[in-house]
Structure formats: structure tokens, C-alpha cells
Design a protein around this ligand. Structure first.
Ligand code: SF4
Length: 379
């Protein structure tokens, strides 16, 4: 049994070591700024790439505690329904679209969609992500019919669906302003739209996905969602030949739009999976690259509460480590995801496995809904 004096001495010793470490740290000013919870500048975020990974991870976890003091980690039971792979964008970094010649061109019927949602409901699921390629013949009515039919049969299912690129595609095909497209989709029953951001740097977009949205169009969709009182999220696909400056430029676009709108509920970084794409000669990003991006994002994005560990592209074990470096959500179980799987990635999971991984990381698993409200806590 320790005496009060021994505990007191131990606590003084820890404080002395902590202060000495801070004084020895060559990034002292930045270190203090981060630990005092201050906003950091893009140039300072850039410096963090040279930090030791453990030190960076500790700083990421400290900022997570400031943004989200609880030790719970959420997950959602959801299903992605990729309703067509026919896509006129044919991005170089995508192995899913029909012109990549890996998957036969397909379109699912409404009956297929109903069946998939029935399976989700039977598994206790609450959210559907309808997403597809930019089909040349789809107009606003195609999407409205899909949303209306799903909501009529499953009024309690939350539709977190489509993407900024699909919204811009509808706007072009139907010759309507982006805001009117968003308003019409909301009226038909759409609840929210993922921010599917790829990398918000036009130099890279022109190279890998020239027919998708520009950075300005992405911002315009976010502003339209905000005006129509709808929430979103943001992702980041890195490892496509961008510089570290461009990685931070992406985060800056997100932080600015979040300052302006406040609609980004979560941020999800993914590394690019080059296999089977037209960019398969690209060297894949590593685990350390991923943990650095995640911790830097947690520190830089001081206005986004939830950062998801991307188990689908990074694997469940690395995602578990991410929970100690800034992440506080495991995202969805993603029943039936096919876009990333088209690159050969085989990771799958289910609610039982996510609960085990979260508990094993010393956290409390919480099944949540699409607005991050707890449905069930596993204490
Ligand atoms: S990433 Fe999306 S828009 Fe680009 S080719 Fe694939 S499905 Fe089409």
C-alpha cells in the first residue's frame, strides 16, 4: 500500500519529467499550443509530419479528449447499396466502375434494394447508404423515385445517401441549380449526404478524377446541404501522389467549410488502394502514414467531433490502434461494400467483432444512430 507521501512524490516526479520533455522538445512552441488546445496554422500542421509517431499519437489522443472527453467509441449497423457501376466519370483511381472491366455493368432493381434493406433491418441496422456511379441516363426523377420508394416502405430507415459528385451530376443532367437538387431530394425523404471528398486539391483531381466535382463544386454542395438543414461528413483519400502540403490543404478546405456551416459530423481518412486501378503502379501508403494523418487531422480539425478509424482500408488491427491516437468512432459495419472491395481488399466485420476490438482497446462500445446518439452501450 502506497503512503500519501509516496504518491505525492511520484506525482511531482511525473510533473518534472513532463516539463523536462517539453523543454527538450525542439517543437516546444507548437507542443505548448497543441496541449493548450489552441488552433494550429497549416504551416504548423505540416511540421507535425516530422514528429515522432508516439509523441504525435499522444498529442492526437489529448486533443480527442478535449473534443470528446468520454471513453466511448461508437459504431453503426448500416448497409451500402451500390445501385449501379455504370459511370461516365471513369476515374483513374477507381476499380469499381464498369469501364474498369473488372465488374460487369449492372443496375439493381427496386426489388433488390427492398430485399437488401429487409436483411439490414433483420440484423438490427438503422442506416442505408445508396451510392452509385454517375449513370449517363439518370436524372433527378431517378433519384427521387429511389428515395421515395425506400422511405414509403421503410420510414424508420435513415438515408445517408448519394455524394457531392452525384448531386452535381444530377444538377448537370437535369439543368437545375445544386441547391434545388438538394431541396428536392430532401423533400422526397433524403436525410443526409456523405461528404465523399476524395482529395480536395484540384491539381490531384484533374489527374485522377477530372470528370468529378471540382473543389468549388464540392463546397457548393456543402453550402446547399447547410441551407437545407442537412448534415454531412468528410473523407480524405490520400496516397495518390499528393505532397504533404496538399494533404494539409485538403484539411484546410474541410476546417473552413466546417467553420462556415457546422454540418460535418465526422471525418474519415482512407488510404488509396491502387490495386486493379489505372494507378496500380502507385506505392501504397503505409500504416505509419495512416496514423500520422489521423493524429494530425485530430489536432488540425478542432471543429469536428468524431474522427472515424477506417478499418475497411487500413484493417481492423490498425484501426484499433487509431483509437489511441485521436479516433473515437469505428464507423459502420458496411454490409455489402463493393467499391473498395473491387481493389482486392477483403476486410469484413460485424457488430460482435467491432465490440470486441473496442473493448480490447480499453474503450466502451456504443451502437449509435446516424446522428451519433447512443442506441445501446456495451458496458
Ligand atoms: S470513383 Fe465514383 S465517379 Fe469515379 S469512376 Fe468510380 S464510381 Fe465513378
Amino acid at each position: 500500500m502506497l503512503t500519501f507521501l509516496q504518491v505525492h512524490r511520484a506525482s511531482i516526479f511525473i510533473q518534472v519529467i513532463h516539463t523536462a520533455m517539453k523543454d527538450m522538445n525542439p517543437n516546444n512552441n507548437l507542443y505548448h499550443k497543441i496541449y493548450q488546445g489552441e488552433r494550429i496554422a497549416p504551416e504548423e500542421a505540416l511540421e507535425l509530419f516530422s514528429w515522432d509517431i508516439i509523441e504525435l499519437g499522444n498529442a492526437g489522443d489529448m486533443r480527442r479528449k478535449l473534443a470528446f472527453p468520454k471513453e466511448t467509441v461508437g459504431f453503426i449497423i448500416d448497409r451500402i447499396i451500390n445501385f449501379t457501376n455504370i459511370c461516365e466519370a471513369a476515374c483513374a483511381f477507381c476499380a469499381f466502375h464498369a469501364r474498369a472491366n473488372l465488374i460487369e455493368p449492372y443496375e439493381v432493381t427496386m426489388d433488390d434494394i427492398y430485399l437488401k434493406i429487409e436483411e439490414l433491418v433483420a440484423a438490427g441496422g438503422t442506416q442505408v447508404m445508396l451510392q452509385g456511379g454517375l449513370h449517363p441516363d439518370y436524372t433527378l426523377n431517378t433519384y427521387i423515385d429511389m428515395v421515395t420508394s425506400v422511405k414509403k416502405r421503410f420510414p424508420d430507415i435513415y438515408l445517408h445517401s448519394f455524394s457531392p459528385s452525384e448531386i452535381v451530376h444530377i444538377s448537370r443532367k437535369s439543368s437545375m441549380p445544386i441547391n434545388d437538387v438538394v431541396k428536392a431530394l430532401k423533400l422526397s425523404g433524403l436525410d443526409s449526404t456523405p461528404g465523399a471528398s476524395d482529395l480536395l486539391v484540384d491539381r490531384i483531381r484533374n489527374k485522377v478524377s477530372p470528370k468529378k466535382t471540382t473543389v468549388d463544386e464540392w463546397r457548393e454542395v456543402m453550402r446547399a446541404l447547410y441551407r437545407n438543414d442537412m448534415m454531412s461528413s468528410a473523407t480524405m483519400t490520400y496516397g495518390m501522389g499528393e505532397t504533404d502540403e496538399e494533404k494539409i490543404a485538403h484539411l484546410k478546405v474541410l476546417r473552413d467549410i466546417q467553420d462556415e456551416t457546422g454540418i460535418l459530423q465526422a471525418f474519415i481518412p482512407w488510404s488509396f488502394s491502387p490495386a486493379k486501378t489505372r494507378m496500380e503502379d502507385t506505392l501504397p501508403a503505409t500504416g505509419i502514414d495512416y496514423l500520422k494523418i489521423l493524429a494530425i487531422a485530430r489536432i488540425f480539425l478542432d471543429n469536428i467531433t468524431y474522427i472515424q478509424a477506417g478499418w475497411l482500408t487500413e484493417g481492423l488491427k490498425l484501426a484499433q490502434i487509431a483509437l489511441t491516437m485521436g479516433a473515437n468512432d469505428m464507423g459502420g459495419v458496411l454490409m455489402e461494400e463493393v467499391v473498395v472491395r473491387a481493389t482486392g481488399i477483403k476486410t469484413r466485420t460485424n457488430d460482435k467483432e467491432l465490440i470486441h476490438i473496442i473493448q480490447n482497446a480499453g474503450k466502451i462500445p456504443v451502437q449509435r444512430d446516424s446522428r451519433y446518439r447512443a442506441i445501446k452501450e456495451y458496458v
